[in-house]
Design a binder for this molecule. Structure first.
Ligand code: G1P
Length: 293
């Protein structure tokens, strides 16, 4: 095991317009879209907490203050629930605010994921940190970010999460080139953001989970706009990979691309089916619907 600094902070980029989910994202941040009754962002926050990270930095933008309100104390609502004797609801709301320490920074311009992560530099300073993208929901035990932290503890280098995508879907993701070192772990040679069809070095895509050393910040500051005219985190990671080394780990669990309409519906269905309160009723209802469709 390498001697590594503990990872205490996580960055949650949530500044995007959510154009893949219009029209609803015209008024509601996509990170607040509910998976049954829990917003996507809360599932990310709970993943961090379950992985031992409680210091969280949200990167937001204009029009997305509802995200900050969500984790803030709602004194009036608490009073109302108290008065009505709704203890269970009151505890649920209070637990939410006590879950983690959350700070927020605004990304003033939409300049890409790499730029969004760079916005957290002043709060992360010189520590290693995790990054979680809300579009990727991973149902896993141990949680996805914990799986990366374990690889980071072993090798002492940055780690990205990997998932094999079906042939033909490589252009939708960052794709890596690497060699297996066993146990689902890869030493990476290169990373390419959304390669053109036929040019992907493998079918191993980057899932939105990263553990990064603070050395990524000066690299990001010098990274020129890439794919889509945006500052890409993947491009900075390719530079880090060449200078410092970088690992990838294939996630164990179930991955949902909740930023995609079909993936979102499947995520809602999966979470609903696994709930003890509504799971059985949803299963019966869904089976009935499927027979009719
Ligand atoms: C981002 C990253 C990409 C990664 C993907 C995972 O892309 O840039 O490398 O594969 O997340 O969800 P986006 O989906 O934001 O376009």
């Amino acid at each position: 095991m390498a001697i590594v600094k503990p990872v205490r902070k996580a960055v949650l980029p949530a500044a995007g317009f959510g154009t893949r989910f219009l029209p609803v994202t015209k008024a509601i941040p996509k990170e607040l879209l509910p998976i049954v009754d829990v917003p996507v962002i809360q599932i990310n926050v709970e993943e961090c907490v379950a992985s031992g990270i409680r210091d969280l930095i949200l990167i937001t933008s204009r029009g997305k203050d509802a995200l900050i309100d969500y984790f803030d104390r709602g004194a009036e609502l608490e009073e109302l629930l108290e008065r009505k004797g709704k203890r269970a609801d009151l505890e649920m709301i209070r637990r939410l605010t006590d879950l983690a320490h959350i700070s927020a920074i605004r990304q003033a311009e939409a300049r890409g994921l790499g730029h969004a992560v760079l916005c957290a530099r002043g709060l992360v300073v010189d520590e290693p940190f995790a990054v979680l993208l809300g579009d990727d929901l991973v149902e896993a035990d141990p949680p996805a970010i914990r799986q990366l932290l374990d690889v980071y503890a072993k090798y002492g280098k940055g780690v990205v999460a990997l998932w094999e995508v079906p042939s033909g879907q490589e252009h939708l993701y960052g794709i890596v080139d690497g060699e297996s070192v066993g146990g689902g772990v890869f030493r990476l040679h290169n990373l390419v953001e959304k390669p053109e069809p036929g040019k992907a070095p493998s079918r191993l895509s980057i899932v939105g989970r990263y553990v990064l050393p603070p050395e990524i910040f000066p690299i990001l500051a010098n990274t020129k706009p890439g794919q889509g005219g945006e500052i890409q985190l993947t491009d900075a990671l390719a530079t880090l990979c060449a200078s410092d080394g970088l690992y990838g780990v294939r996630l164990r669990g179930e991955r949902f691309d909740a930023g995609d309409r079909t993936g979102y519906v499947l995520a809602v269905l999966r979470y609903a089916l696994r709930r003890s309160d509504i799971g059985a009723a949803v299963r019966a209802g869904a089976e009935k619907l499927l027979r009719k469709t």
